[in-house]
Design a protein around this ligand. Structure first.
Ligand SMILES: [Zn+2]
Length: 350
């Protein structure tokens, strides 16, 4: 076929025939182009039609603009969602940095700092917002500080825990916690407030406390003041006498689904009786001590008059008690007192 279009050595009488052939070839090439554009290259340059650049048709423009509009809408929606996602990632990064800082502090001082702020003051963390969740918009917020707890400073298997209440309820992300290591995707279990006798609840990130209502769901970071009963997801309860001040720090299943519920509360004031579901793990952090128990019943009183000294009475079972100075098990059926410096008055069992 290529031979037919070779016009380099034609003689005069052949011109008309060749022109006719060439015209025929033009039609053929147009058809070939329509059916299979790739065959165009096989044609010699002379036989190629001189084509004007074709513009877009109206339909093509409409389709292209439509596609661009859909893509733009998708991108905008995605960015909106990803802004909160980015804050969550940044929160993770900060929590991990704090965990590393805590470990470095312990290696140098032989103990964990009593306050997170110490990490920044001593130069373990240099970022100005290192101790605050990026989603925490409250100006008066003290960041992660209230959600940091040293559980049992003398026992290496019981490392500090740090939670971010801002991100507890978002999707299946669950609680972020440090139990000596960084754990994600813990399943947070909300508690319920029962029989609220004039108690108030302050949610994390909220300026004002709200009046408690019956069966009000509680999540990590909620601070309950007054007389009330908190029922946790496993049936454990905390009965608060009037004047009590308790923050639910965390109530979560660590790692796998069959792990027991682990609940951590902070009691800064008042008289509270805890009844823990068998098999569940429960820690109470007071200004001077941490009491931890598996399925047991105990009562803790934090006095306002003497700089947060703590009194513990074990009604049933085994309760470990730890301060910055000492740790052990509290005896059954008698009061043990911890003074404001962490000294334990009264005997502890080894
Ligand atoms: Zn956070």
């Amino acid at each position: 076929m290529k031979k037919q279009f070779d016009v380099s050595s034609h003689s005069a009488p052949q011109v008309a025939v060749e022109n006719a052939l060439a015209e025929n070839a033009l039609a053929e090439s147009a058809l070939a182009e329509h059916n299979a554009p790739s065959t165009r290259r096989q044609l010699p340059a002379e036989a190629r039609p001189t084509r004007k650049r074709r513009g877009f048709t109206l339909l093509e423009m409409v389709v292209v603009i439509g596609v661009i509009a859909v893509l733009a809408a998708l991108a905008l929606g995605w960015f909106g969602q990803s802004r909160e996602g980015a804050r969550r990632v940044q929160c993770d990064v900060r929590l991990k940095a704090i965990a590393l800082g805590l470990d470095a502090f312990r290696q140098e001082h032989g103990r964990f700092p009593t306050q997170l702020a110490k990490l920044r003051d001593d130069g373990y963390l240099t970022e100005p917002d290192a101790l605050r969740c990026p989603s925490d918009a409250l100006e008066s917020s003290t960041g992660y500080e209230p959600f940091y707890a040293i559980r049992a400073p003398r026992d290496s298997s019981e490392l500090p825990i740090l939670v971010c209440p801002m991100h507890e309820a978002t999707g299946n992300h669950g609680a972020q916690a440090f139990v000596g290591r960084y754990t994600t995707h813990s399943q947070a279990s909300p508690a319920v407030l029962e029989a609220s006798g004039g108690a108030t609840v302050q949610h994390p990130g909220q300026k004002e406390a709200v009046a408690a209502t019956a069966n009000m769901p509680l999540r990590g970071g909620d601070r309950i003041r007054g007389s009330a009963t908190i029922r946790f997801a496993d049936g454990s309860t905390a009965v608060l006498q009037s004047g009590s001040d308790v923050t639910v720090l965390q109530s979560f299943i660590d790692g796998h689904a069959k792990a027991p519920l682990y609940t951590l509360v902070r009691q800064t004031l008042g008289d509270v009786t805890y009844r823990i579901h068998t098999g569940s793990k429960f820690d109470v952090v007071t200004p001077t001590a941490t009491a931890g128990a598996h399925g047991t019943e105990f009562r803790i009183v934090v006095d306002s008059g003497s700089a947060g000294s703590t009194r513990l009475f074990v009604i049933e079972g085994k309760v470990s008690l730890a301060t910055v100075k000492k740790s052990g098990f509290a005896p059954l059926g008698e009061w043990v007192e911890v003074d404001s410096l962490g000294n334990i008055l009264g005997g502890l069992l080894p």
